[in-house]
Write a protein that binds this ligand. Sequence first.
Ligand code: KG4
Ligand code: ZN
Length: 381
Amino acid sequence: MTTRILGIESSCDETAAAIVADGKQILSSVVASQVDIHRKYGGVVPELASREHLRQIVPVVREAAAQANIPLADVDAIGVTQGPGLVGSLLVGLTYGKVLALALNKPLIAVNHLEGHVHAVLLEAHSAGRTPKFPAMCLIVSGGHTLLYRVESAETHSGNGALRLSYSRVGGTRDDAAGEAYDKVAKMLALGYPGGPVIDKLAAHGNAAAVRFGTTKIRGNPYDFSFSGIKTAVLYYLRKRPELHAEIQERQRALSNGERSADALRALSSTTTLDLIASFQRAVVDDLVKRTLAAGEQFAVQSILASGGVAANRELREKFEEEGKRRGFEVFFPSRPLSTDNAAMIAAAAFTRFSEGERADLSLNAMPNFPLGAAPQSSGH
Ligand code: KG4
Ligand code: ZN
């Protein structure tokens, strides 16, 4: 018998709902993005985010049911993101999930958003018949997180193929998340919001060896990250080059007039700017890949998983594939739509917990700082 789970996600600035069968077949996945609302602030404004989730949650869930052609009354369970995330945003999805569970008399499953990102990789790998070997090292890299987890798997007792995963935290960012650095650098250079996709495209047209940022030195855990230094380095670089200010103003004007295309912004960018962008991306990508693969070797894993908005980056994917292969790891990413926040990954993560009989009761509350896993034991520490 097929188990169909409705997933609901509202932890940050995406209102999303999806229906997934048996944790691996996506019957529908609807994402209402709020980028147009947050764009003029260059980042997510929490109050505006929760207000927009309120407007979107009902139509988005209805649309997920319509696209899957399944009445909500026919789903087997409801999986909802409990955290981590913005409390006001989380509460909207969580409350609606509870209301639906009560009204439709369905089991409610609480999901950790970060576990969702791990399942985004597995969901598509399973449906492609290419399940990663465990243990795996998973990099979750987005606008809100840069985290490394060692992930182990065990069969659940359900006999339906659902995998129970356990997580040990290996490292994380000490300051900015990688996506946050992309967004802040894009803001300094007037490239629009979010910054990642534009920088990704423009970086291909610059010389990545032009500006040397040097490697970020981190004391203590070698698998921690830090991106605020490189962001400040870009700021100082720009301060020392007043000749770039006119083109920044010109791009700012284009953005204010509604320009969004990366090609148009590229046409307004000098070689110096394109070189700076390419060098920034190279430094961030090299750092992410280097630390993740070093952690993979240190913690004796078989596969590398990378998920989250920044894992959609073209250069990051290429470098992981290339370097991973060289060092004997198989590397897995979600497709680009499943790299960024979505509810299919929440429904997939809920499937394992549902299979094991886990149920949340209606006293469930949002957990803005919901952690995933405890510190691993390693000779490296
Ligand atoms: O996972 P996500 O949709 O939301 C969060 O949970 O944060 O990630 C959004 C972040 C933004 O910072 C955005 O600039 C970045 O992911 N991003 C990218 C790319 N696409 C999105 N960063 C680098 N390259 C990309 N292609
Ligand atoms: Zn996320």
